[in-house]
Design a protein around this ligand. Sequence first.
Ligand code: AKG
Length: 243
Amino acid sequence: MSPLSTDQLRQFGRDGYLVVPGLVPPDRVAAANAAIDALLVDHVPAPGQHSIVERPPAEPELFALLYDTPAFAIAEQLTAPGGLTGPTHAQVALTYPPYPHIPGSGHVDGLNRLRDGRPQSFTLLVGVLLSDQSADHMGNVHVWPGTHRATAEYARTHGIEALLDAAAETSCAPVDQHDRTQVHGRPGDVLFAHYLLAHNIGGNTSTVVRRTVYMRLTRLGHAEHWRSALTNGLMEFDGVRES
Ligand SMILES: O=C(O)CCC(=O)C(=O)O
């Protein structure tokens, strides 16, 4: 697997996300789908988005999507020379049709405060696509490009407490959310999204159940420097900053 190009690194810095095609080979996709089939044996499908959360050592085929493929190395290219840790869990996101849903706005995962007052922040959301999402409304996640920069700017201008207070109401910073797009890809493609990128669940009017496995990675040292990471959007992404 060739490393990310300068254009791809810059695209991540500008938009806050990047889809890398074909990172996960078909046999890994098939093994993960078989593991999910087994998880779903007693699941009663209903239209809409359902998430199943699995923690290691359960379901190794899900974590192998990251560790036994080039996906983890590509994630670390974004943060290099700093390394990444995680994930603590895998989220199997399923969207059963027919679900003609269009989200009104996006959210940022983990802007909620923990008991000690700090947010449940992390660095990078990795989504491995296991179903065809090559056209709109196939359960694709919706994203608002550039909102990772706007969110960091809000925190810089108004302070982190103001950001967390706003997010307690809306799960997002009060930033412009006009520019929306649906993420497209095929099974084996991998989405890398900045932690501060606004995103949300999409509708599915196709004939196929949407399947994406999300894993969340954290830059080593994040517990010490999370404040800087929130106010300087590319602080943890040396590989992107230097591109
Ligand atoms: O269903 C999706 O792809 C998005 C899920 C999501 O927004 C989340 O888990 O935070």
